[in-house]
Design a protein around this ligand. Structure first.
Ligand SMILES: NC(=O)c1ccc[n+]([C@@H]2O[C@H](COP(=O)([O-])OP(=O)(O)OC[C@H]3O[C@@H](n4cnc5c(N)ncnc54)[C@H](OP(=O)(O)O)[C@@H]3O)[C@@H](O)[C@H]2O)c1
Length: 343
């Protein structure tokens, strides 16, 4: 029998999670086998359990955010070796998912972790960062801004509003907005997260508990320049309404969830849902290019990982962690599990 490992399975569509065993896979061409030290949790995972979306085969292993140690290198992979510490963006198949002790990763969406960064910190990066990258720089699923690694943009002196700056997606969007030279970078969060979002690079902070009217008025006061780009990391109907109201003529509202605002008449504003997954064909080239920056961004501190909290009981801890995310009980933090500690 091939070597076995523990994994957290979603047993069936809209079913329960349960720990089980599955074979440790072998890497194919362009892939790595990674021993998962840290796996970060994302809202999409409780949504998959609730709605049955994204997944076609059950029992399913979920999880997009992977940090661990390279165990085996597939054919054609030249830039990684056994023993490397890496982070990677998983995908919606059992072979490429985070909530297990060993997973395959696609080498082009994998990066080395600099010595100064822990596995736990690194695990907070992939999905949040990729969703920010695609939303800002994607042609199909983004605002189509020139990525900062292709040419220096200098100071754009263009405003950006990031609604939900303390969320994982929001925090990476603020950091990339700074890298791209946007100014001012205006964000919303709870007052307890003001210092956090300012550390990421927000220049103006507003309490997300203000009414939509108050927030819109306060944000408008910040700048005389037209607001051409709003990234709504939260994308609830109430935040979308604020973003839409703030947008100048021909502006872009990037959303993480489906639009609830109505297409424009006359003003040319657009609103669309981004897609932070680098594995889809439309994002592959952008993903390869941005993943080539990740080790440098982390070692230079250009991108700071999210704060994190370690969950107890290895993979089992993910079940309660996802429930806390569902209930909105996680603020400015990513929950991280240690699959190797599974009983
Ligand atoms: N389309 C895609 O490809 C894609 C990819 C990734 C995520 N998503 C979706 O994007 C959303 C965010 O994901 P995430 O992982 O970044 O979430 P997260 O980190 O778990 O979000 C938690 C944060 O949301 C903030 N928040 C909640 N309601 C808010 C509001 N009304 N205004 C401002 N901030 C608010 C909270 O801020 P405070 O604690 O400061 O109040 C908290 O820090 C989720 O719905 C997720 O499913 C979509």
């Amino acid at each position: 029998m091939s070597p076995q490992q523990k994994a957290l399975f979603l047993l069936q569509k809209q079913g329960d999670f349960e720990i089980g065993t599955r074979s440790i896979p072998s890497p194919g061409a362009g892939q790595l086998l990674v021993k998962v030290q840290s796996a970060a949790l994302n809202p999409v995972d409780y949504k998959i359990k609730e709605t049955g979306g994204f997944i076609t085969h059950y029992p399913a292993v979920l999880g997009a955010d992977i940090a661990g140690i390279v165990e085996e290198v597939g054919e054609g992979v030249e830039n990684f070796r056994k023993g490397d510490r890496v982070l990677a963006h998983g995908n919606f198949t059992n072979e490429l998912a985070a909530y297990q002790q060993y997973t395959l990763t696609i080498a082009s969406f994998t990066a080395k972790i600099p010595p100064s960064v822990s596995f736990d910190s690194a695990a907070t990066v992939p999905l949040g960062l990729d969703t920010a990258v695609v939303g800002l720089y994607g042609e199909k699923f983004g605002a189509g801004i020139t990525p900062p690694w292709t040419k220096s943009l200098g100071e754009l002196k263009t405003p950006i509003v990031v609604l939900g700056g303390s969320s994982s997606v929001g925090s990476y969007t603020i950091q990339l907005a700074r890298l791209s030279g946007f100014y001012p970078i205006i964000t919303t969060a709870s007052p307890s997260n003001e210092d956090l979002v300012r550390d990421f690079g927000a220049t103006h902070f507003f309490d997300r508990n203000l009414s939509g009217k108050q927030l819109t008025a306060a944000i408008r006061e910040v700048t005389d320049s037209p607001i051409g780009l709003v990234y709504d990391a939260i994308s609830l109907p109430e935040t979308q309404a604020i973003g839409w109201e703030l947008l100048a003529k021909n502006g872009t509202l990037v959303l993480t969830l489906p639009p609830s605002v109505k297409e424009d008449e006359g003003k040319g504003r657009k609103a669309f849902q981004t897609m932070g997954n680098p594995h889809v064909p439309e994002n592959k080239e952008l993903g390869r290019n941005s993943w080539a920056q990740v080790e440098k961004w982390l070692s230079e501190g250009t991108i700071q990982p999210n704060n994190y909290e370690i969950l107890p009981n290895g993979l089992e801890g993910i079940i309660g962690g996802l429930e806390r995310i569902r209930l909105g009980q996680v603020s400015g933090t990513k929950l991280v599990a240690h699959p190797q500690e599974t009983q």
